[in-house]
Design a protein around this ligand. Structure first.
Ligand code: FAQ
Length: 317
């Protein structure tokens, strides 16, 4: 049972325990507000940085159908970023502050987007594995306790499931193609497998936020539980493709009812999160440059909005 002497905090916790949502105007502990700003903005930044490795492949997609699908996927990611930035703004932070945190390197975004997408098969592996991992985490978040975040996640999850199938279909086509195409698919799986497992975050024992996040029903499952669920689901998908997960320790454990898997390179994860991954600098530079080059569009939109306002004021007078 949760014991708390502060009546406001006790009421707040009781609401969460009953499965009710917390809304923007409800009282909330400062730490709950800050945790959400941190997590929702990290998520929003991940979506817009996540557009970069795929955006780079739009002009090189092998057919018009693939190009249209990839374009739609990348556009969806921009939309996800916008819903999430809006959800974060309900907590009393401005869009400019959020962007500033990303551009200054203060805010994190998902480690996975600091890896390069070097062949077309990577578009398959990213959709299959990265979106697959994202969905596993985000289906849980549709029931998270903060209302605006939970509601944004419902639509995002529907779109992510299209993204995942888009990627898996690319993998399926390559795996049923020529020997060279199948090798490309295997190579992409080899490179994206371990970083995808890292997406779920540090081991529970090393996760500073999990305990409180479970209490506040921000997380309904821990990082390790979701990672295990992802491995269990993905093994059979790799079998259908006829390619091999690059883990010699991967083995079904009858007693646990789960797959055992090998050790994740946590040093690599720490380095990537600290800004030393293969593409960290490139990704941040691309975001900053897009922000600077887009300044004239924002200025023009503001000037137009001001003109419209003055016009409607004149009409009212
Ligand atoms: N990368 O105590 P925990 C997508 C940080 S969206 C970088 O476990 P928490 C769609 C964490 O922030 C992918 N940093 O923290 C798409 C914390 O740092 P802090 C993004 C990471 O928050 C697909 C510290 O480590 N999804 O892929 C990572 O309870 C394809 C301690 O960790 C979300 O953001 C990481 N992988 O759990 C787009 C979902 N993991 O702030 C384009 C929402 C952990 O103390 C193409 N977020 N850290 O300095 C969450 O569910 C949670 O925030 C976790 C981390 C599970 C990511």
């Amino acid at each position: 049972m949760y014991l708390n002497n502060d009546p406001l905090e006790a009421d707040f916790q009781a609401k969460i325990d009953k499965g009710q949502n917390i809304e923007a105007k409800d009282w909330m502990p400062e730490k709950y507000r800050k945790t959400h700003i941190r997590q929702i903005s990290q998520h929003a930044h991940s979506e817009i940085v996540g557009m970069l490795p795929e955006g780079n492949w739009i002009t090189r997609a092998p057919s018009l159908r693939r190009k249209v699908a990839l374009l739609a996927k990348v556009q969806d990611e921009a939309g996800h970023g916008l819903y999430l930035y809006s959800a974060a703004e309900t907590l009393g932070i401005t869009r400019d502050e959020l962007y500033d945190q990303l551009h200054s390197g203060k805010a994190k975004y998902s480690s996975i987007f600091n890896y390069p997408a070097v062949t077309w098969a990577d578009m398959g592996a990213v959709g299959w594995l990265v979106d697959g991992a994202a969905i596993m985490n985000q289906v849980m978040l549709t029931r998270t306790s903060y209302g605006p975040y939970a509601r944004a996640m419902v639509r995002i999850c529907k779109e992510e499931s299209f993204h995942q199938r888009q990627g898996y279909e690319i993998m399926l086509t390559l795996c049923n193609g020529t020997e060279v195409q199948k090798r490309m698919a295997q190579d992409a799986l080899n490179r994206w497998w371990w970083p995808s497992l890292m997406m779920f975050g540090p081991r529970d024992a090393e996760s500073p936020h999990t305990e409180q996040a479970l209490k506040w029903k921000i997380k309904l499952k821990t990082n390790d539980e979701l990672r295990q669920q992802f491995v269990d689901q993905t093994v059979s998908q790799a079998e259908i493709l006829g390619i091999t997960i690059p883990d010699p320790k991967l083995k079904w454990n009858e007693a646990r009812g789960h797959y055992d898997f090998g050790d994740i390179d946590w040093e690599e994860f720490t380095q990537v999160v600290a800004g030393n991954g293969p593409c960290n600098r490139e990704r941040l530079e691309a975001r900053k440059s897009a922000w600077e080059k887009g300044a004239w569009v924002r200025d023009a939109a503001l000037a137009y909005a001001e003109k419209q306002e003055q016009r409607s004021l004149k009409v009212a007078v």
